[in-house]
Ligand binder design. Sequence first.
Ligand SMILES: [Fe+2]
Length: 272
Amino acid sequence: MFGRLNSPEQVFSYKLGAALTMERDTLEMLGDLEDAAQRPELKQLLREHAAETRVQIETIEQCFALLGEEVDDSPCPVTKALAAEAKATLKKTDDSLVDAVILAGALETEYHEQAVYETLAIHARARGAERVAVLLESNLHVEQGAGARVKALSQQIATTGVATTPEDGGMGAAAKAGLAAGVAATVGAAAAAASKVAENKGKEQAREAAEESLRTQPATTSTTATTTSTATSSTTGGLVEGEELNDDALQDRTAHSDARPAVDEERPAAGI
Ligand SMILES: [Fe+2]
């Protein structure tokens, strides 16, 4: 733990330690959110990202090793605050609506994490620590992937119905897709009716026709469920058990990770 930060390297290491604390806190938060989540696809998403987060923690520890420094665990109040806010909101939220709260907290966390890794990678590369930069970028890509999955599910829930029913957890994907399709068909029919009248009778009549169409459509529950998420874990980084931290291991990890950017072969390899 640092006292005063008197050099760019100390600032970097301090922020790297804060990233480690961030991931450890996030891992704990993901477990809590998974317990509270209602939809199976959301539970799965959170579970998958928890596995990714464990690897990210190992990756940060490897960055410290490459820098020849002891692992630091600087404070990261941001993640703790996000977790506290999510928990407080969940506490006062009806069970049927908690998924939207969880997804909001998850997306806020993912964007913060992305900013952290972007900054660290910039400074690692600038100081010539190319391998550290590549590892940090691998963590960045994991966060971007997780953020995209969270955003997609959030959009899906927002458009097909935020609330869940008590049976929702056991509802099959086909039934969920059917409900979602029912909503789409109803909205589509209303839009088609409005368009047809608009051609012949002007905008005012179109509005009236659309309203009439909506009134005559079969009622559709507002508690529609979602289709199953196809999120795929993109776990990267981290040494497998028994693997030693050396240049070969690092090169192998870098070469085989499709979540990482290609390393510029032209660039002279830095010492770290
Ligand atoms: Fe994350």
